[in-house]
Design a protein. Structure first.
Length: 96
């Protein structure tokens, strides 16, 4: 796995959010303010994919992501979509 588990642990504790930048783009995530106590938190995500010769630049802002999903997006931004396989996803999910 490429993502440092310590970075993930710190993001779990962050009440203000975090940002990860890689060669393929930038992911910024921050907790939704739902007011639910004890429930798994969900996050807003602002993602910018830089694009390449075959794919245009894309930007998206959406809410409702689990933190494990946010880190799967970060993996793709840092190491490329092709490196985000089922084994890597399972390793990220195991950290949650």
């Amino acid at each position: 796995m490429h993502i440092d588990p310590l970075m993930i642990a710190r993001s779990k504790q962050s009440s203000s959010g975090f940002s990860v930048e890689g060669p393929y783009g930038v992911v910024t995530a921050w907790p939704e303010q739902t007011g639910l106590q004890g429930a798994e938190g969900h996050y807003w995500v602002d993602a910018l994919y830089f694009g390449d010769d075959q794919h245009p630049q894309q930007h998206s802002r959406q809410k409702g992501f689990r933190l494990s999903t946010v880190w799967c997006l970060c993996e793709g931004i840092c190491y490329g979509e092709k490196n985000l396989d089922s084994r890597t996803i399972a390793e990220i999910n195991a950290l949650f």
